[in-house]
Write a protein that binds this ligand. Structure first.
Ligand SMILES: [Zn+2]
Length: 183
């Protein structure tokens, strides 16, 4: 069910990555494997399913230092990040690490972008991520079809606990219905 970037053989062959061969690669083979193993590839965004920053960005520990996953993905593909520049999301999906969804902006760009999109208020830790009724229905379907909770969580930019609650509520309801029918 789950396909990681490594599983798809993308660790060293990131699509849309025209400068990969001449760009400086920041990860050695072991780290690269470790990194791309935590990436769940969808038709659109590539979602980080490892540790997450409070704003929903992926965290990756490299040489004893936690770094944002999308920044590493960008550097892996396009080379080192110039000083004073930030890697921003074209797709407005913080856990996404798909190189061609990322672009370089200034810190100011990033802050105004975040303010504009109100991203700082829908981070996973404050639990304000918006899920519609339709989302909840889809989440339950995905789970019942075998998608891992952490994958669903990454896709919707919410904490796994939220997905667990959504799924558990459904299962609890189902159990109650069964009991009721038996009575
Ligand atoms: Zn994306």
């Amino acid at each position: 069910m789950i396909s990681s970037a490594v599983g798809l053989g993308l660790a060293r062959a990131v699509p849309h990555c025209t400068v990969l061969s001449r760009g400086r690669i920041v990860l050695n083979a072991t780290d690269s494997q470790r990194f791309w193993n935590k990436v769940y590839v969808t038709a659109n965004c590539w979602l980080w399913i490892g540790a997450r920053h409070e704003f929903g960005y992926g965290w990756f520990e490299l040489n004893g230092k936690a770094q944002t996953a999308h920044t590493i993905a960008f550097a892996e593909c396009y080379g080192p990040i110039p000083t004073g520049m930030n890697v921003c999301h074209e797709c407005d999906n913080p856990p996404c690490v798909r190189p061609n969804h990322l672009f370089l902006g200034t810190q100011q760009d990033n802050l105004s972008d975040m303010r504009e999109k109100n991203r700082h208020q829908k981070g996973e830790t404050n639990g304000h991520a918006k899920l519609t009724e339709q989302d909840i229905e889809t989440i339950r379907q995905m789970y019942s079809q075998g998608t891992f909770q952490r994958v669903i969580a990454a896709q919707y930019g919410v904490h796994q606990v939220t997905i667990s609650k959504i799924v558990f509520a459904k299962e609890l309801a189902a159990r109650l219905i069964v009991r009721h029918n038996r009575a």
